[in-house]
Design a protein around this ligand. Structure first.
Ligand SMILES: Cc1cc2nc3c(=O)[nH]c(=O)nc-3n(C[C@H](O)[C@H](O)[C@H](O)COP(=O)(O)OP(=O)(O)OC[C@H]3O[C@@H](n4cnc5c(N)ncnc54)[C@H](O)[C@@H]3O)c2cc1C
Length: 397
């Protein structure tokens, strides 16, 4: 890549792969391409500090951890992450543990997306590949012979590339140049998520059905708890002072049930996350590809968003190395179909978990949900289906 110079004029640059977005998909793709001898430049609209502090996902599937380890990104994860054998499913009066390791031979890891981002950022620093943060006006042009334009430090830039990959999340610009079909569903509820400086009250995640609405008790570290409450779509955070949040969590998570107690502590972060499913296909047009949230969104109930982004990149990186280094287009041609197979499996699983666990004011649905929860918790076949999907399918599924 040769940066140009040019007071006032557009500054031209060239690379093999222009990656839009330095989220987990974009940085991991750049890292894997470098390992395969392919040059890339990542263009990101936010600052590095912002990207590395966004509180989002926190559950890594077995195959995600395997990929990060094989890419040399697993040291801190293995040291500081927490391996979980399964999850608890509960409804008023009952709590059941599903042991994924016993059921399907693999568990999951609790390791925050913020930490994945920091590990990827440090690997990029060490690898010397370029990440341009804080850019403006990103646009992707001409999918047959692509280039990207943006503004950096007030100067117009043009990045020419053999391939452009949109890893720019659900609102990025790349999807606009990839025509295709869209499938989506918006759910009538959101999650109110909080981070609290208090030791988790549980050793593994608790997914709680409750007539007032779903609640999830998760964690980020031995000293930090992550908790979620189902709230109506469009909820205003101002209506939820900390005390109301803790009281609702205590009721829905069963504080006092069989002696279990919800520990309370200072809330350090609060946000409302809308729930929707979205799939765009195909995930390629000409020499422009999509990966991660740029192509698909799932409601977070199945803990799939970050893992799907990693799985896309695990397919796309070798495909681009074959295309650009070996002039072999076969894997690139198969990428969209192969990725979408997993995307739809995870879209279904996320919808299934969501509709099983969220209250919707329909008493008939409530009885069906409880019946399904009892079946999953008491039947090995039911439990295994949940475990297989939650712990994650192999990358090549
Ligand atoms: C608020 C929120 C909370 C979430 N919570 C959970 C959760 O609890 N559990 C869970 O499993 N999943 C959760 N997710 C989903 C999970 O975080 C995503 O699936 C994951 O981040 C996908 O990674 P990605 O790299 O594809 O996209 P992103 O992480 O969204 O990265 C896209 C990047 O592109 C950049 N970008 C956007 N537009 C431009 C542009 N014009 N030019 C340059 N760069 C651009 C963005 O700034 C961003 O850095 C959450 C997502 C959000 C948004």
């Amino acid at each position: 890549m040769v940066p140009g110079s040019g007071g006032g004029l557009t500054v031209p640059m060239r690379t093999q792969v222009a990656v839009i977005g330095a989220g987990p998909a974009g940085l991991l793709l750049s890292h894997l391409l470098a390992a395969g001898g392919v040059d890339s430049v990542v263009v990101e609209s936010r600052t590095r500090a912002h990207v590395e502090s966004r509180i989002r996902a926190g559950i890594l599937e077995h195959s995600t951890v395997g990929l990060l380890r094989s890419a040399g990104l697993g040291d801190r994860l293995l040291r500081e992450g927490d391996e979980h054998r399964g999850v608890y499913l509960q409804w008023p009066g009952e709590r059941h543990h599903l042991d994924f390791v016993d059921l399907v031979g693999r568990g999951v890891w609790v390791y925050g997306q913020t930490e994945v981002q920091k590990d990827l950022g440090r690997a990029r620093d060490a690898g010397g590949q370029q990440v341009l943060y804080d850019v403006r006006d990103t646009a992707v042009h001409d999918p047959a012979d692509p280039h990207v334009t943006f503004t950096l430090d007030g100067r117009a830039r043009r990045l020419d590339a053999d391939v452009v990959v949109g890893c720019d999340g659900s609102f990025g610009p790349t999807r606009e140049v990839v025509p295709g079909n869209t499938w989506q569903r918006t759910y009538p509820y959101s999650w109110l998520g909080v981070l609290a400086d208090v030791a988790p009250s549980t050793d593994e995640l608790i997914y709680a059905w409750h007539p007032d609405g779903f609640a999830l008790n998760s964690m980020r570290s031995p000293a930090v708890t992550r908790l979620y409450l189902q709230v109506p779509a469009g909820t205003d955070l101002a209506q939820w002072p900390d005390e109301r949040i803790w009281d609702a969590l205590a009721a829905r998570l069963g504080h006092g049930q069989d002696g279990w107690e919800l520990r309370r502590g200072p809330i350090t972060e609060k946000g409302v996350l809308p729930m929707r499913s979205f799939v765009r296909a195909p995930m390629r047009h000409g020499r422009v590809f999509l990966a991660g949230d740029a192509a698909h969104i799932v409601p977070p109930t199945g803990a799939k968003g970050l893992n799907l982004a990693v799985a896309d990149v695990a397919l796309l990186a070798p495909a681009l190395v074959a295309l650009l280094a070996e002039k072999d287009p076969r894997l690139a041609d198969e990428y969209s179909d192969r990725a979408l197979r997993r995307v739809w499996r995870c879209t279904h699983f996320s919808w299934w978990m969501t509709t099983m666990l969220h209250a919707n004011e329909d008493p008939f649905d409530a009885q069906l949900q409880l019946s399904q929860l009892r079946w999953v918790a008491s039947s090995e076949a039911g439990a295994r289906g949940l475990a297989e999907n939650y712990a994650g399918l192999p990358i090549g599924f």
